[in-house]
Write a protein that binds this ligand. Structure first.
Ligand code: ATP
Ligand code: MG
Length: 574
């Protein structure tokens, strides 16, 4: 391919809305162009990257016996009602919905469990046809609250989504392991530094849900891990050994103390010398939504720890939780914000507490009276006994649940997610097969996703320098560029064309940069575009000498034309 025939338009500056390196670089290199918030056009070179990554995904999934299919993006409401997800997705606001000309509700698929389950159910009647694993690579639509970071969080983005159907749990376990293996090979082939972490499986429960995280400072996910035990979990899911806190001693009589304008843990610590945050129990009020109701719930947490909202939603089997507003707090507790507590909490407000408070005595808490707090509160004596759950956010430095060694923290970009669904969808949708005894059984399902547009962006996040992108060779738009510094000069054109042909013949994915740019601009452009190996044919072309650049580390050297092929192949590890 000649670059003069490819639409390339690199920019001088980063776009104003780009915050992280991959977004800045992909936009500045002209590889992605914003069409609307979270909606991007892929330029020709970027589309090559996406196609190469998609091809790696295909090869590895096909090796494990998965079948590529193509499902519709436009989906009828009825399918989503049959799984029970229509209301939830509509309420969340995540789903793009529309009406057709007859007034029927439709949506643009944010995910495809429903369509795939209906499809496989219609095709598979007997256990003899199982297992089945189908996948597609296609655009997904999600009206994300905060589309940002370029391809990282789009509203229209490309996903590989796979769904496995088995006769029993053992079959699912095997399907899951196959996908896990395939995922590892996929991300390894892209040269990505990644880690597999335990993930929240939401209200669905189930034994297995793991996320594949590319480690990067700009990652939106937080990971806790232990080098000793190998434990690694998304902070949404992570647990830790309970940090020590003073037990509290023999129960003492409760005292109510006037604390005007003292509302926060820090203010209480200052007001009550000797009462550290670890001896307090703060009471946080949440607005919780279930399918058919919503109410305010009180959550007690040790003063020095934080509530994990994902764990809270799971513990309550809720659709959504959020902090209650000031008005909701006043209405639920009868007191101003900052004085909520378990003491005299109205009966209709459910009371939960984190495990770290179990067995603790003589706490400092609020008592739902504006301007007052209570000392020596004993749960079950001075107030209701709360229901104890693991509700806290585990933190760096706390003990690993397996080894007890301090947990470390890192940031990650979720590039893939594998998930044991079990029979949630098959039961809801009545999707069954005949077992050996001729009895209908629900399919045991798994689902598996890879961010096909997010992963190349994550690769840039891990592979760039101050000059631009440093593509891993397996997904680079081209593995190698041969650039003529002055395409007007016959000896450069001839040598460039010769090297280009030679490299193509050797199986290198090479392009010829014959654009009319100044040598300086050409160097800069190719550095920014990030081709892994770059050969510059310049003034010494007549002497059979070229400049050879390995983009990673910017190692530049002179090279005889006759050695170019061998050096390119060596640089590409062939
Ligand atoms: P996130 O937690 O980042 O919102 P998710 O858990 O909702 O993602 P899944 O439904 O598991 O995402 O989707 C499978 C994969 O699709 C994710 O692992 C991620 O790589 C990719 N993905 C999800 N949402 C987006 C998005 N808005 N833009 C780009 N890629 C996405
Ligand atoms: Mg996910």
């Amino acid at each position: 391919m000649r670059l003069s025939q490819i639409l390339i338009s690199t920019l001088r500056d980063d776009p104003a809305d780009a915050e992280i390196p991959s977004h800045k670089l992909l936009a500045r290199a002209g590889l992605i162009v914003k069409t609307a918030a979270g909606v991007y056009t892929f330029a020709p070179l970027m589309w090559r990257v996406v196609r190469k990554f998609a091809q790696i995904v295909r090869e590895e999934l096909d090796r494990e016996g998965a079948n590529e299919v193509m499902l519709p993006i436009l989906q009828p409401k009825e399918l989503w009602v049959s799984s029970g997800r229509w209301d939830r997705y509509v309420n969340d606001g995540i789903m793009f919905t529309l009406k057709d000309r007859k007034g029927s509700d439709m949506c643009l698929g944010p995910t495809h469990e429903e369509v795939m389950t209906a499809y496989v159910n219609a095709q598979v009647n007997s256990y003899k046809q199982l297992p089945v694993n189908c996948y597609q690579i296609q655009d997904k639509f999600r009206d994300e609250i905060r589309p940002r970071f370029g391809l990282m969080r789009g509203r229209e983005f490309i996903m590989m989504d796979a769904y496995s159907f088995d006769a029993d749990q053992a079959g699912l376990d095997e399907a899951y392991q196959k996908m896990r293996r395939a995922y590892c090979r996929i991300f390894e082939r892209c040269g990505l530094e990644y880690t597999v972490v335990q993930a929240d499986s939401g209200a669905i429960g189930g034994a297995g849900s793991e996320e594949f995280m590319v480690l990067a400072d700009s990652g939106e996910d937080s990971i806790l891990f232990c080098r000793d035990s190998g434990y690694a979990a998304n902070v949404e899911k992570a647990t830790s050994r309970l940090p020590d806190a003073p037990a509290g001693g023999e129960p003492l009589p409760m005292e109510q103390i006037a604390t005007p304008d003292v509302r926060t843990v820090a203010q209480l610590e200052a007001f009550f010398p000797g009462w550290t945050a670890g001896r307090m129990a703060k009471t946080v009020l949440y607005h919780v939504t279930w399918k058919n109701k919503a109410r305010v719930v009180a959550v007690m947490m040790r003063g020095d720890l934080e509530v994990n909202e994902v764990k809270l939603a799971n513990a309550l089997d809720a659709l959504a939780v959020r902090l209650a507003t000031d008005d909701e707090i006043r209405a639920a507790t009868g007191a101003e914000v900052g004085f909520a507590g378990p003491v005299a909490l109205p009966e209709e407000v459910p009371l939960l507490a984190d495990e770290s408070l179990q067995g603790r005595t003589n706490l400092l808490t609020g008592c739902n009276r504006t301007g007052y707090h209570c000392l020596n509160v004993n749960l079950g004596r001075d107030c209701r006994q709360p229901s104890f759950k693991d509700l806290r956010t585990a933190r760096q430095g706390e003990g690993c649940p397996l080894s007890g060694r301090p947990l470390e923290q890192a940031r990650g970009i979720e590039v893939g997610h594998i998930f044991k669904l079990g029979t949630k969808y098959s039961k809801a949708m009545g999707a069954t097969f005949m077992d050996q005894g001729g009895k209908p059984q629900p399919f045991v399902m798994g689902c598996y996703g890879i961010g096909v547009s997010r992963t190349p962006a994550a690769a840039v996040e891990q592979n760039h320098d101050d000059k631009g992108i440093v593509w891993p060779a397996s997904i680079a738009p081209f593995e190698c560029v041969v650039a003529m510094l002055d395409p007007q000069r016959a000896e450069q054109v001839m040598l460039g064309a010769r090297l280009y042909a030679e490299l193509r013949e050797a199986g290198v994915d090479v392009c010829l940069d014959d654009r009319a740019l100044s040598p300086g601009a050409k160097f800069k452009d190719n550095e920014l575009l990030g081709f892994p190996v770059q050969v510059f044919v310049g003034r010494k072309a007549g002497d059979g000498q070229v400049e050879f650049l390995v983009r990673r580390g910017m190692q530049k050297s002179e090279c005889a034309a006759g050695e170019v092929k061998a050096r390119v192949l060596a640089a590409l590890g062939r």
